[in-house]
Design a protein around this ligand. Sequence first.
Ligand SMILES: CC(C)(COP(=O)(O)OP(=O)(O)OC[C@H]1O[C@@H](n2cnc3c(N)ncnc32)[C@H](O)[C@@H]1OP(=O)(O)O)[C@@H](O)C(=O)NCCC(=O)NCCS
Length: 219
Amino acid sequence: MSREPILIDLPSELRGPRVLVRPYRPGDGAALQEAVSLSREHLKPWMPWADAHTTVDESEALVRRFDARWRLREDLGVGIWDIETGRYLGGSGLHRIDWDVRRFEIGYWIRADAAGKGYVTEAAGLLCQLAFGPLEANRVLIRCATENRRSAAIPIRLGFLYEGTHRNEGRRTDGLLFDMEVYGMTADRWRQLATAEGMAPGESQSGQAPAASNSPDSP
Ligand SMILES: CC(C)(COP(=O)(O)OP(=O)(O)OC[C@H]1O[C@@H](n2cnc3c(N)ncnc32)[C@H](O)[C@@H]1OP(=O)(O)O)[C@@H](O)C(=O)NCCC(=O)NCCS
């Protein structure tokens, strides 16, 4: 792929049935600060920045850096918003990008009072549509700590395949080392799953591909 990443036109937002995913803009800092400040205990085990965002200025500076990095196509961080109410729900994005391989890694978190409603699975499905659509991804991966089953449930629901576990790959905020599970999706598989659902890639109404039996416990 010869085209420079900065020349790739990206949509200004992605819409699912319930969530809107879009890059951060100047002015989003207050919403980010509020969501993190109300979710610290929920985020703490897994998010090293859970104690940050103590002021709106700190969060505003971060969203402006996200905005700059999005424009440069260095990192594609996004916010997740409730379509109906406009409330900020959490953060996600396509990170650790390898433009040569066209590989992207999805990360996510959701505010504590919006967890358990399927918003993150919907947002991650929208990011897959972006990756395997306009970004022409060959591979998208999701990594999560072995103990973080709520996180692992997301790639499994989306039909990613479990690829293995990297031992002692990360350190929890309480200092303990953890093993990291890796889930991968290829462009071919994404299209196959979309076809099996009777849709062209990127036309999923739910933002989700059909789930497959692919957890570490699967044969
Ligand atoms: C990991 C994390 C993002 C998962 O969030 P989540 O809200 O559980 O994920 P989803 O949005 O996909 O919601 C799935 C849940 O919503 C339920 N749900 C309700 N309505 C739904 C709908 N319409 N569609 C899909 N799922 C729905 C699902 O049944 C599931 O609940 P269950 O786990 O009790 O079965 C969240 O726990 C979090 O922010 N943790 C802290 C940060 C973190 O660990 N990040 C990941 C680091 S790798």
